[in-house]
Design a protein around this ligand. Structure first.
Ligand code: S3P
Length: 426
């Protein structure tokens, strides 16, 4: 049962570590020489899947809550796994690992849960095959389980057909193992955590406009990584603070990398009262700051184009915000939503409709008319963490208590979510 809000949301939260950065810190730590320490690691199910896959590849990893130490063995220190590599629900784990495994002169098999089994792998398989990796799997390698026999890669220039940081990262990781130069060209800029991390681990990477170039055979060195709070997790409380009356929430140490802050642009354009009260860069790698959000009156806007990759994971919660904004919100150019943990055009529209929202699906997004009162109903996360969190925030505004099926999905990216929400309701 989800509780509606009576007094507003008030308090301060430390948002857990960034999911994308936590995955990458473990991966680069494993293929770098020597020790890597990670602080504020996200101990969510997805990042724990990454740790267990690298343990199966022979890497020693110690974890004490959010402190992780990875004993890296260098580019060629991984060993052939005895068992299948289980990525759970994590698209980032499977796609980035395929890039690393493409460089290994051994055989490995990757698979995950029911959601992963539906998600497209061809987008990574195509460039990795061009580089020389042997990859197979269901639907000609397009679906899990997938097998990789790597080694003997050569550099390529690859123009990404879809804006995807996962595909970009897989090709760059394989590029570390390739003979010669690998260049990735992005149609629209996506999150650049991989590029930043290559520099942090002592690698050389060149970025010129939309082209990112890396030389094969460079050695990486272990590093000390401080993971900022995940803006994609903060987004649920940023929106909650705006749409629930009598609220004021402070979110501390949130990652503010430009390639991820589309949500802040949208909040401001919709008229939200959101302030960045400090902004600093931790060890020059990733910018961070504290955010304060207060109840606001909002207006509908149009969201599309280059903004989409900067807020792709925030669209479910933006859709909820739009139900509480005056006028029409159009979300377009977001076809990628169809291949996330669920088809998020379908799940957002079906579940918000059950709560009384005026929302329709389009081929590349959705159209929402506000402002609508929400009514209590039984809704479902369908195992999608971000759908579960969005619906829990929606339930704060319903006329009675709503019921959420599969609430545990939130632990994929935000295990403390319900605890944090309850702390703001006291
Ligand atoms: C991620 C990239 C995005 C994002 C996902 C995490 C990453 O996926 O939706 O949650 O860590 O690189 P795509 O690369 O499929 O756009």
């Amino acid at each position: 049962m989800l509780k509606k809000s009576t007094k507003g949301l008030n308090g301060v939260l430390q948002i857990p570590g960034d999911k994308s950065i936590s995955h990458r810190a473990v991966m680069f730590g494993a293929i770098a020489e020597g020790k890597t320490t990670i602080k504020n690691f996200l101990a969510g199910a997805d990042c724990l899947s990454t740790i267990s896959c690298f343990e199966r590849l022979g890497i020693q990893i110690e974890r004490n809550e959010t402190d992780v130490t990875v004993y890296g063995k260098g580019l060629y220190g991984l060993r052939e796994p005895q068992e299948l590599l289980d990525v759970g629900n994590s698209g980032t784990t499977i796609r980035l690992m395929m890039g690393i495994l493409a460089g290994q002169n051994f055989f490995s098999v990757l698979a995950g849960d029911e959601s992963i089994a539906k998600r497209p792998m061809t987008r990574v398989v195509t460039p990795l095959r061009q580089m020389g990796a042997l990859i197979d799997g269901r639907e000609n390698g397009g679906k899990t389980p997938v097998s990789v026999r790597g080694g003997n890669l050569h550099g390529i220039t690859y123009e990404l057909p879809v804006a995807s940081a996962q595909v970009k990262s897989a090709v760059l990781l394989a590029g570390l193992y390739a003979e010669g130069t690998t260049t990735v060209i992005e149609p629209v800029k996506t999150r650049d955590h991989t590029e930043r991390m290559i520099s942090t681990f002592g690698g050389n990477i060149q970025i010129k406009d939309a082209s990112i170039t890396i030389e094969g055979g460079q050695e990486l060195r272990g590093a000390d990584i401080l993971v900022p709070g995940d803006i994609s997790s903060a987004a649920f409380f940023l929106v909650a603070g705006c749409i629930v009356p009598n609220s004021e929430i402070k979110l501390e140490n949130v990652g503010l990398n430009e390639s991820r802050t589309g949500i802040i642009d949208v909040l401001r354009q919709m008229g939200a009262d959101v302030t960045i009260i400090s902004k600093q860069t931790n060890e020059k790698e990733e910018p961070v700051g504290d955010l304060i959000v207060k109840s606001s009156s909002l207006k509908g806007i149009e969201i599309g184009g280059n903004l989409i990759p900067r807020l792709i994971d925030e669209i479910p919660i933006i859709a909820l915000m739009a139900t509480q904004a005056e006028g029409t919100t159009v979300i377009k150019d977001a076809k990628e939503l169809k291949v996330k943990e669920t088809n998020r055009i379908e799940t957002v529209v079906s579940e918000l409709s059950k709560l009384g929202a005026n929302i329709v699906a389009t081929d590349d997004g959705m159209i929402i008319q506000g402002k609508t009162p929400l009514k209590s109903a039984k809704v479902n996360s369908y195992g999608d963490h971000r759908i579960g969190m969005m619906l829990s925030i929606a339930a704060l505004l319903t006329d009675g208590d709503a019921e959420l099926e599969n609430p545990e999905a939130v632990s994929v990216s935000y295990p403390e979510f319900y605890e944090h929400l309850a702390s703001l309701m006291n």
